[in-house]
Design a protein around this ligand. Structure first.
Ligand code: FAD
Length: 416
């Protein structure tokens, strides 16, 4: 088989699509405007989380969002602005944030999370674990009694999906986390979650793809398309044209920008998040943990520690807000009072853009506008968790196979 597939976007989604397409014998070219060394897929918290089976658009989030909107240091911040696509996105987000829709979506999210969790281990077996993957689970830690109640309900819900949980007292968590002091009420461990160093994962994928003969067209921006009636025959870039039999759009938060060139209107907003990484710290956590009251993620990565969080819907080019990183650091200190770290210089604060669909489910599938186009994006807070599964599904779609799971909920035209 010598079918040429062009993938636009060299984030974790684009590279995992390339991984599975190359494995099936396709001639793959990845077009990436950067050089696959930085960006959202590098600085994230590194969780592969089957535990995250509840989509972002869930009951209560709209009321919270409206309250939080008033404070730019809050967990979830929408910068008020006059923007038609933000308004359309907001309306759909509000419509989907109800118990009935969430109940419909959870099994689909759960299916792709499980598929992806298994396949991430499979990728590790193919490439070798050069990305500090540790399969020890992840804690949800809480301080507040209401949060505890909510987390215990979620743990019961998780059992319905066959997800194992372990409810632990503060003393029990402290016993397995002996090197740092904890100031918590308790926690729930999700043993099937795992974590890795996302930058090392990306570098491993990049090296693997190069070794397997995938063409990486780096520092190259896709600017348009060449079409023959309903078929895309080439991608026009600022560095020449790339011919293709099949096209995959995996441009993360820039998905609507590229889709628009094909006459496709996709509802998607960028959700900015921040992280701070401390290298080779003197005492570290043993377990990754989400500090649920403050929505902060703590991830030990070998000798390094990363803390990240916040969701800021403020467009593609908004400036870095130092107080948001300070809020993350403050929360970490509240939970782990003796962490041997201090707030870093501004240059060490990272930010990235989560591609958010209104309902929190990804867009994966064909689009009726073009007969050889597959879209893969909108993975929100779960891009790393869902990347391997998405790559596999995209290969199955391109090959015309029956997909490993039902992908109807990820329909790319569901807001038409
Ligand atoms: C603080 C934070 C913590 C997170 N933690 C986790 C976590 O623990 N677990 C998890 O599963 N997810 C997490 N996420 C989410 C995850 O990082 C994203 O969902 C994921 O990285 C999105 O991958 P992507 O490939 O779709 O997009 P991206 O990584 O943004 O890749 C898209 C690529 O397309 C390229 N591109 C765009 N337009 C063009 C063009 N015209 N031509 C060429 N190239 C183009 C861009 O340069 C970019 O490299 C986190 C995100 C943040 C911000």
């Amino acid at each position: 088989m010598s079918k040429e597939v062009a993938i636009i976007g060299g984030g974790v989604i684009g590279l995992c699509c390339a991984f599975y397409l190359q494995q099936e014998g396709y001639e793959v070219t990845v077009i990436e405007q950067g050089d696959i060394s930085s960006g959202t897929s590098f600085g994230n918290a590194g969780y592969i989380s089957p535990s995250h089976f509840i989509p972002l658009a869930s009951p209560g989030i709209v009321a919270k969002g409206l309250r939080w909107m008033l404070s730019s240091s809050s967990t979830f911040y929408i910068k008020p602005r006059l923007d038609r696509s933000l308004f359309q996105w907001g309306i759909q987000f509000w419509k989907k944030a109800n118990a009935r829709t969430v109940a419909l979506h959870m099994p689909h999210l759960n299916n792709i999370l499980h598929l992806s969790r298994e396949l991430t281990s499979e990728i590790k077996n193919v490439t070798g674990n050069h990305f500090r993957m540790q399969e020890i689970g992840c804690f949800m830690l809480y301080k507040n009694p209401d949060t505890e109640k909510h987390e215990l309900e979620l743990a019961r819900e998780a059992a319905h999906f066959g997800i194992e949980t372990k409810i632990m007292s503060a003393a029990e968590v402290q016993a397995v986390e002996p090197d740092v002091q904890l100031n918590i009420r308790g926690g729930v461990l999700y043993p099937s979650d795992c974590h890795l160093h996302p930058g090392d994962f990306m570098r491993t994928l990049k090296d693997h793809l190069l070794q397997k003969g995938v063409h990486l067209k780096l520092n190259t921006r896709a600017t348009g398309f060449e079409k023959n009636i309903n078929t895309v025959t080439g991608v026009i870039t600022d560095n020449g044209k790339v011919d293709c039999d099949q096209l995959v759009l995996a441009t993360g938060s820039w998905l609507p920008v590229m889709a628009r060139q094909l006459g496709i209107h996709l509802l998607l907003q960028a959700g900015k998040g921040y992280s701070i990484t401390f290298e080779n710290i003197e005492r570290n956590l043993r377990y990754p943990a989400i500090l649920v009251d403050d929505r902060v993620a703590m991830t030990p990565m070998g000798g390094d520690l990363r803390m990240g969080g916040t969701m800021e819907i403020s467009g593609l080019d908004s400036p870095l807000l130092i107080k948001r990183a300070q809020a993350i650091f403050k929360a970490a200190r509240n939970y782990y009072p003796d962490l041997p770290v201090s707030f870093p210089a501004r240059e060490q604060i990272w930010s990235g853009l989560r591609p958010l669909s209104p309902d929190g489910l990804p867009y994966i599938g064909r689009h009726s506008t073009c007969d050889n186009l597959t879209i893969a994006g909108g993975h929100a807070m779960l891009g790393l968790s869902l990347a391997a599964g998405t790559g596999k599904l995209v290969e199955e779609i391109v090959s015309g196979k029956k997909t490993s799971i039902d992908i109807s909920a990820f329909d790319v035209e569901r807001y038409r």
